[in-house]
Design a binder for this molecule. Structure first.
Ligand code: ATP
Ligand code: GCO
Length: 189
């Protein structure tokens, strides 16, 4: 601890709750939600809709775009909360290179629960048949700094405050200043 978290990425496999948790955290922290799925190029959506997993090349441009979007949000004085699968270490490192002080919230879910959630979710492009490939790609962020792992089956009402508390604690420990996520305000404590 002690490193200030400038922006958050809510990560994990499809169905783990990135959009739900990201929205709740952004709301509670007064931060700006960036919904990573909205930045996929049409070709990526077409591939996933057809039941074909994305590969590193498919994800490279998308990750670069997400890094730019977080940097742009910070330059406007807002704190970004990005939802992004960020399944592999090299994807997370690409995001870290774009935005120093990036915190990750990993929503940990079993294959069975992820498959059930995705199968039961109406009107979404992601088929449950791709869950296995999501777990095949997943490199859990177990030994990485500025990372909070949460059981993705916890109630949302419990997760969002925990994330915001962790975020605040990291900022308050930074050089004796308190940074309020979502604002440009930094005050001495
Ligand atoms: N903590 C939770 N408890 C119970 N159900 C949840 C929880 N979080 C999310 N869900 C439900 O699981 C489904 C998937 O959630 P959500 O869309 O937020 O996941 P996601 O990781 O953003 O998925 P994707 O990456 O595929 O878009 C939704 O139907 C959502 O309502
Ligand atoms: O890296 C990936 O394979 C993708 O980002 C997927 O995770 C989906 O976009 C997302 O989960 C929507 O269901």
């Amino acid at each position: 601890m002690g490193d200030r978290i400038a922006a958050l990425v809510v990560m994990g496999v499809s169905g783990c709750g990135k959009s739900s948790v990201g929205a709740a955290v952004a709301e509670l922290a007064g931060a700006r939600l960036i919904e990573g799925d909205s930045f996929h190029p049409a070709g990526n959506i077409a591939k996933m809709s057809a039941g074909i997993p994305l590969d590193d090349d498919d994800r490279a441009g998308w990750l670069a775009r997400l890094g730019e979007e977080m940097a742009r949000t910070l330059s406007e004085g807002a704190a970004p909360v990005l939802t992004c699968s960020a399944l592999k270490l090299k994807y997370r490192d690409a995001l870290r290179a774009a935005v120093p002080g990036l915190g990750f919230v990993f929503l940990d879910l079993t294959r069975e629960m992820a498959a059930r959630r995705v199968a039961e979710r109406p009107g979404h492009f992601m088929p449950a048949s791709l869950i296995e490939s999501q777990f095949a790609a997943l490199e859990r962020p177990s030994a990485e700094g500025l990372t909070l792992t949460l059981d993705a089956t916890l109630p949302l009402s419990e997760m969002a405050p925990r994330v915001v508390e962790w975020w605040r604690a990291s900022t308050e420990m930074h050089a004796g200043t308190r940074h309020i996520p979502g604002s440009t305000l930094s005050q001495a404590v």
